[in-house]
Design a binder for this molecule. Structure first.
Ligand code: PMV
Length: 328
């Protein structure tokens, strides 16, 4: 028997960067995001004697397979703590079918590692809540805990060092506020240092402690308020502040990580000009790569799509708010 789950990336408005526990990927601070409808990933799981991880779209490296093996080890431990001790089979055959170019800052790991535990829960026929599945997702990729949910979601840190001390939760579902994410990918070259490795050195940035304090004191709550109130201007202000703050941390940690390219900065500059000249509700945000995400309202969508297509040599995705991870 094989069970398949479909998921899509989520793009953070308050970014997760750095862990307080690297093994369990317990995030140093809370974070907030919007789950997209596309590009999608399907992950199928079936019982197997040995672990096989196969992707229809990319050559899996030994490092990739080790990440899955470690994630399954942690998931097995978590399921044990929930009383499903022998539930997970000795090993799994995992097949991934992804529409997402990997490692360009388009959150492919958030889609893959949210679909994986949803499919595992289906295979076990286990009565798990979405929060519990979000914990399993977080063990593979911290941000994946948010893609379990549709609409806008967040990660809440409950303190402590237990495996479930950081949990995903839904702020509002995908019907609350119809926003779009017009994605401009200036480069499809894979980044050299992935976010998993980057998190481990986040604390070496002299700006890290101040960043965590700002998220705890006001940013996370202001972002949630803006979403609940559908206040685009407030969302723009707080999301752009947090995005640039995360990149300042990345660029000043040891060794430094420069994910934003000159093309990224040029596009951001032009978006600012467009917004000022035409009073368009649009905000920019970038993750661990040069890709620019332009969040906008329904009224601004056509103009932003037009702007995206004016960018030479870029790949464009036109995403909207999405429904979260589900079995197919
Ligand atoms: O889940 P990870 O380990 O790929 O980390 C994601 C980090 C960022 O994309 C940069 C921010 C975020 O909150 O998604």
């Amino acid at each position: 028997m094989s069970i398949t789950a479909r998921s899509a990336p989520n793009i953070a408005l308050i970014k997760y960067w750095g862990n307080r526990n690297d093994t369990y990927r317990l995030c140093a601070a809370n974070s907030t995001s919007m789950t997209l409808n596309i590009p999608g990933v399907r992950v199928s799981v079936a019982h197997a004697d040995t672990l096989v991880v196969h992707s229809l779209n990319k050559q899996m490296t030994e490092k990739d397979t080790l990440r899955f093996a470690e994630t399954l080890r942690l998931i097995r431990g978590y399921l044990g703590s929930l009383g499903y001790d022998r539930a997970l089979p000795a090993s799994l055959h995992i097949e991934i079918d992804s529409e997402i170019p990997p490692s360009i800052g388009l959150a492919s790991s958030s889609a893959v590692f949210s679909a994986l535990p949803k499919a595992i829960a289906g295979l076990l026929d286990a009565d798990l809540t979405d929060e519990q599945i979000s914990v399993m997702a977080r063990l593979g990729s911290g941000s994946a805990a948010r893609s379990i949910f549709g609409g806008f979601s967040a990660i809440r840190n409950t303190g402590g060092n237990d495996i479930d001390s950081a949990v995903g939760w839904q702020i509002v579902d995908e019907h609350h506020w119809q926003l779009h994410d017009i994605i401009i990918v200036p480069s499809t070259q894979e980044k050299k240092v992935g976010s998993s490795e980057g998190h481990a050195f986040a604390q070496t940035s002299p700006h890290f402690a101040e960043r965590i304090r700002a998220i705890k004191e006001y940013r996370q709550q202001e972002c949630i308020d803006a979403i609940e109130q559908k206040d685009f201007e407030k969302l723009q202000h707080i999301a752009e502040e947090d995005c640039m703050d995360m990149h300042r941390c990345m660029e000043t940690q040891q060794p430094p990580l420069h994910y934003l390219s000159s093309e990224t900065l040029r596009i951001v500059g032009e978006v600012k000009q467009l917004r000022e000249a035409e009073h368009i509700p649009v905000l920019y945000t970038m993750d661990a790569g040069p890709t620019v995400h332009l969040f906008c309202t329904n009224e601004a969508r056509n103009r932003i799509v037009e702007f995206a297509h004016e960018q030479a040599d870029c790949t464009i995705f036109k995403a909207s708010i999405g429904p979260g991870t589900h079995l197919v």
